[in-house]
Ligand binder design. Structure first.
Ligand SMILES: [Fe+2]
Ligand SMILES: [Fe+2]
Length: 195
């Protein structure tokens, strides 16, 4: 599936609101990919597909996880809000003909992050949080950081996400905690080598 086909598919299966979000994530992701030297075509396809199954029912998503147990890797133990990324990554490979592991990874971890995020993983994660329609108070700071420093922006974004989930008493996927620890470590190593 190419970007044009992906756009057509999500336009047909998502609400207007989520389709607009998807287009805004696409625009942000292509911009950040060009800015930070990632592949803009991969960023575009990953962004277009990242929320493609977000409007499917919980039962349907669970069914996708159960039907693809090896790919799902016990994902049903993760909090249900993260299932849509994992399911989109599974369907990308099994139904939509997306074989590029970088794209699949970026779709899969767009809600949680993970340890060892690639540049594309970071770009999709961040684009999802700073897309043009978002207007929570901290988004302006994140957009500014995104223009300055990708690593710092993603680290801040993951940290904020974990903070919000804690405030709301939601369960936090261990992958997010691993992502934060890893990103912080990366930032520290970078600072140390620049001293
Ligand atoms: Fe999502
Ligand atoms: Fe999204």
């Amino acid at each position: 599936m190419n970007a044009k086909e992906a756009q057509k598919m999500v336009k047909a299966c998502l609400s207007k609101k989520r389709y607009t979000h998807t287009m805004n994530v696409r625009d942000a992701a292509v911009h950040l990919a060009e800015k930070y030297g990632a592949d803009p075509d991969k960023a575009e396809l990953a962004a277009l597909l990242h929320d493609a199954v977000k409007e499917r029912s919980r039962e349907e998503l669970l069914q996708i996880l159960q039907n693809n147990a090896i790919m799902a890797q016990n994902a049903e133990k993760s909090p249900p809000p993260v299932w849509h990324g994992i399911c989109a990554a599974i369907l990308a490979q099994t139904e939509w003909g997306v074989t590029d592991p970088e794209i699949v990874s970026a779709i899969r971890c767009h809600t949680t992050g993970k340890a060892g995020m690639s540049k594309l993983d970071k770009i999709i994660y961040l684009s999802d949080m700073i897309s043009a329609e978002r207007d929570y108070p901290e988004v302006y700071e994140l957009r500014r950081l995104a223009e300055e420093d990708l690593d710092k922006a993603v680290c801040t974004a993951v940290e904020k996400n974990i903070g919000w989930m804690r405030e709301c008493g939601k369960s936090i996927d261990p992958l997010s905690l691993e992502a934060l620890e890893d990103l912080k470590r990366g930032m520290q190593t970078r600072e140390d080598t620049h001293e």
